[in-house]
Write a new protein. Structure first.
Length: 295
């Protein structure tokens, strides 16, 4: 489990929390044993992470941050952005530095012109590993990562994956496993996995597109079979436990600004895998889906 400082919540900044409250929730996550924190210059939460780490053993915390893609972008832009991120994070290095939200059409330029500068920054000790993240809301079939995984420069990839859209398994993860690339999972829980009305919309959309067979589900309660005494306690719980056991995934990101929500999410990661029959049923129901994220 990694603590994500982006998404809708942004460690509480997106829901009206004070900076002090956001710092407190990151520190609570770290105190609970989470040692991976993901942020980005575009999230506006790097300074919060920096404050939360004060007085802690930096070497025991893995910090992942990102450079937003702009057009045009030069090597100097990347260098200056990383320097600014380091100041906000109050550290001399980041463990993983990603190019953030890369689209397939931008990838060749970034590989040719920007990656060499990232390698220089790595050699200078300002970053440890090179990462790349996809724009999954618009690239639901992972076109960019299917390009990136062919190149031997990426140490880490941030991949969109959840029980509703599992196409990364064949299109990305089988290749990252072969190349020993670290995988961060984003979007393990989205709106459709926390709000019933949104789930119904997604199910209807998938049926209309021919990517889901209505005979495979109970239309009155499409994922209700997951919630039972020896199963999941909620759909978010099921979603985290599903993503956590996927081969080739290493960190499942989970973000919130609410202390009780944080405790609930941590509890999900302590629970065992979903019952095998439930896991297999999810594999079968959503086997043809590559068009939604659940957002």
């Amino acid at each position: 489990m990694g603590f994500g400082c982006g998404g809708f919540s942004r460690a509480g900044q997106g829901t009206g929390k004070s900076e002090a409250e956001s710092v407190a929730i990151v520190r609570e996550a770290l105190a609970a044993g989470i040692n991976f924190v993901d942020t980005a210059e575009g999230y506006g939460t790097e300074a919060i992470v920096g404050q939360a780490m004060r007085g802690l053993d930096r070497d025991k915390i893995v910090i992942s941050t990102k450079k937003s893609i702009r057009k045009p972008m030069t090597p100097q832009d990347v260098r200056q952005s990383l320097e600014n991120s380091l100041k906000r994070l109050e550290t001399s290095y980041v463990d993983i530095y990603h190019l953030h939200g890369v689209r397939a059409e931008d990838y060749p330029h970034l590989l040719a012109d920007i990656v060499p500068e990232m390698l220089k920054l790595r050699d200078e000790g300002k970053l440890r590993y090179l990462g790349i993240t996809e724009a999954w809301n618009s690239d639901r079939g992972h076109a960019m990562l299917q390009l990136a995984v062919q190149d031997d420069v990426w140490d880490v990839m941030m991949v969109g994956f959840n029980l509703l859209n599992q196409c990364a398994r064949e299109r990305v993860l089988k290749h990252t496993i072969e190349k020993n690339i670290g995988v961060l999972v984003m979007f393990a829980v989205r709106t459709a996995l926390s709000r019933r009305e949104k789930l119904d919309e997604v199910i209807a959309e998938l049926i209309e597109r021919g990517q889901l067979d209505p005979n495979d589900i109970d239309m009155t309660d499409p994922l209700g079979f997951l919630i039972r005494e020896d199963g999941a306690v909620s759909l978010p719980d099921a979603a985290y436990r599903f993503a956590r056991v996927e081969p080739g995934t290493h960190v499942i990101l989970s973000g919130t600004g609410n202390p009780e929500h944080l405790k609930e999410n941590i509890a999900s990661f302590y629970r065992p895998p979903l019952p095998q029959e439930d896991h297999q049923r999810l594999l079968s129901i959503f086997r043809n889906v590559d068009s939604v994220t659940g957002q």
